[in-house]
Write a protein of this length. Structure first.
Length: 134
């Protein structure tokens, strides 16, 4: 799985670190929306990598069951894959996508103000560098 995120967003970078620190099996890889990996993947789906208000999750990348999730569905899927206790958040999957995305969009609109903005994508810790794609 590849998590595509806004590389200069403080909240997004915190989300990546949260996921990374709870994924010892290494099931997730990460790529900033500002890089070529995101551009290649999102262009297949008609999505714009310049839309930095959205987090994406690519399931089975380049495989026969490749699927792209975004916003609330992407977040809930990550939490489910991290296992207990985070998988308890899966209960929110019963909500309509429009409602999940409404909550997601509220946070996305305010994320720079609430969590800050970085000048550039932070360099990953050397222990995890192989899990980051350009």
């Amino acid at each position: 799985m590849i998590l595509l995120y806004d590389g200069v967003c403080g909240l997004c970078n915190d989300w990546v670190q949260f996921t990374l620190n709870r994924d010892p099996a290494g099931q997730f890889r990460f790529a900033p929306l500002q890089g070529p990996t995101a551009e290649r993947i999102l262009s297949k789906y008609g999505k714009d990598p310049k839309d930095l208000d959205t987090v994406y999750l690519v399931l089975d990348p380049d495989g026969p069951k490749e699927q792209l999730l975004w916003k609330g569905r992407a977040i809930l899927t990550v939490l489910a894959r991290l296992g207990f206790p985070y998988s308890l958040m899966s209960i929110f999957r019963i909500l309509p996508t429009a409602l999940l995305d409404l909550g997601y969009d509220l946070v996305a609109r305010n994320r720079y103000r609430w969590f800050g903005r970085k000048e550039s994508c932070p360099v990953p810790d050397p222990r995890h560098r192989s899990r980051f794609l350009r």
